[in-house]
Ligand binder design. Structure first.
Ligand SMILES: Nc1ncnc2c1ncn2[C@@H]1O[C@H](COP(=O)(O)OP(=O)(O)O)[C@@H](O)[C@H]1O
Ligand SMILES: [Mg+2]
Length: 256
């Protein structure tokens, strides 16, 4: 077998949407949230999905992550076609292969930080890899807070628990929808730094929806959505470059 170690790895695809469309409603109230979107999310890379409000960012993430159905086209996570799965299989795929971080931290109030972190694996009946778990907990700086309940933690700390929870099972891909949307800029920067480190140091794949150019600049690549279509992309983004690109969208989201 011919191998192209680095070149091949750099372009391996963790998830792919092909001609993906999502239409809400019918007739006059119909909304085309995604209009034949084709996009790859590369393995061990940090990709940001940017675009004006209503451009379809959350819809794209939810469809690719198997959280929402789509109208046409196809979605692949690794080698698995989501369209071919029954509900139970989809649930299992989400549980075993995908990590989620949402704007609301979604922690269980009665559980400790550590119990929240291991909850998805507990539900799946899987034992966490102790060494990995410790590494993740160390990275997000929660070692001294593991027995705290969410109410005893700041917003930034709670989102660090959610980041650790997503990383703990070493999922094939982590999806975040505005993961820093509820955080002050300092806590947000910390969480984004942890996500970036998980990609750089642990080879994690991360796809993050954001409308914030500063957050997008933590990614390796930004794809821009407008009116349910991919209209541009940028590698090695800076916040200024992303902001400049965003200014070229008018209020309706179209490119000028
Ligand atoms: N459940 C829904 N029912 C009807 N329309 C929806 C629904 N969810 C989203 N939309 C519409 O789809 C479009 C894309 O929404 P969304 O993906 O949430 O955008 P973004 O995350 O970029 O702000 C918007 O026009 C929105 O109003
Ligand atoms: Mg959204």
């Amino acid at each position: 077998m011919t191998t192209f170690p680095l070149a091949a790895r750099a372009t391996e695809v963790a998830a792919r949407a092909t001609e993906l469309s999502k239409v809400y409603g019918q007739g006059e109230t119909q909304v085309v949230a995604l209009d034949r979107v084709t996009v790859d999310f590369e393995q061990a890379r940090f990709t940001a999905i940017m675009g004006p409000s209503g451009s379809g960012k959350s819809t794209l993430m939810h469809c690719v992550a198997g959280l929402d159905s789509f109208s046409s086209g196809s979605v692949r996570i690794g080698d698995t076609e989501l369209g071919a799965l029954k509900d139970k299989q989809l649930t299992r795929l989400r549980r075993d292969k995908i990590g989620f971080i949402f704007q609301a931290f979604n922690l269980l109030p009665t559980l400790s930080a550590l119990e929240n972190i291991t909850l998805p694996m507990d539900i799946a009946g899987r034992k966490p890899d102790k060494e990995w778990l410790n590494r993740v907990i160390d990275m997000v700086g929660l070692s001294g807070r593991l027995s705290h309940r969410p109410s005893q933690l700041s917003g930034g700390q709670q989102q660090r628990v959610a980041v650790a929870r997503a990383l703990a099972s070493q999922p094939e891909i982590i999806f975040g929808d505005e993961p820093t949307g509820n955080l002050d800029s300092r806590s947000g920067a910390e969480v984004l730094g942890f996500l970036r480190n998980s990609v750089r140091e642990m080879g994690q794949t991360v796809v993050m929806v954001t409308h914030d150019p500063v957050a997008a600049a933590y990614a390796d690549r930004v794809v821009f959505l407008a009116d349910g279509r991919i209209v541009d992309e940028m590698r090695e983004p800076s916040a200024d470059a992303v902001l400049d690109r965003m200014k070229r969208f008018d209020v309706k989201g179209r490119t000028s």
